[in-house]
Design a protein around this ligand. Sequence first.
Ligand code: CP
Ligand code: NVA
Length: 311
Amino acid sequence: MKKDLLKLLDVSGEEIKLILDTADELKAEWKAGKKHDFPKDKTLVMIFAKNSTRTRVSFEVGMTHLGGHAIFLSNADSQLGRGEPIADTARVLSRYCDCIMIRTFDQEDVEELAKYSTVPVINGLTDFSHPCQILADIMTIREHKGKLEGLKACWIGDGNNVANSMIVGCLKCGMDVSVACPEGYRPDKQVLDFANSFTGAKFELTDDPKVAAKGADVIFTDVWTSMGQEGETEKRMKAFAGYLIDDSIMALANPGCMVQHCLPAHKGEEITEKVFEEHAQEIFDEAENRLHAQKALMYLLMKQNTGAVAK
Ligand code: CP
Ligand code: NVA
């Protein structure tokens, strides 16, 4: 695996499988009350320029489970918020810690941090992607369905950061992917170029949620207004009218179709309360699996990293 996990475009299908297999093992071990075989003195620094509940808590708890420690650094009250360059921040943090997780706006900032860091950098969400979320989602689908290859994964709603990662991750795991987004809210061009030239599974992009949902084994959605887009809320509510996941959409899917939502959800907007509650087990398994998938990622990346200056 590469030193960092910046986006799923950088990771192969085999590497995703390794992360998922490791996550399953760590999850089983932890549930059986066993301690993990991992050095006890590792430190993760978590940089947040946006809000978080799941990402912050699951990474911090994950480090506790691995016998290490996590430090929360908000953009606003660190020197990053006063303009200290990312390249310098990366070189400083690399002297102290064993891994860096960052949630911010520009994907380029995460790439810059990784370029100058000698320790692994993990993307905890940017405007472009949310790879940790999709690792957890794919883990959840495999737990519930017992397989990935040949399933049909469907995205309905905004072609946002989570959608970008979902398309790449699901295709690389051998799932067919269909996406329904209104024009103007489609996934990133880099992701569409990847999907359209991918030969291992089928990809379909439409503006009709009914077409996308047909024969689906798992339907994904997310909020229509992501963090940083609050000023566009009204415009977005109009653009996404008709993209609600309700009983009529679920009726078009395969029997036993799962629902995945990264959370937080705006029930009554992108998904009805009824569909959400009927699939709450899958959705909260998904939230739980953030912990296990990220533990696996930290475990694999920290174990393989030999470039750390301070060690
Ligand atoms: N799904 C997710 O990343 O949640 P948080 O924003 O709470 O971290
Ligand atoms: N698309 C959402 C995901 C939140 C976890 C956002 O970026 O705000």
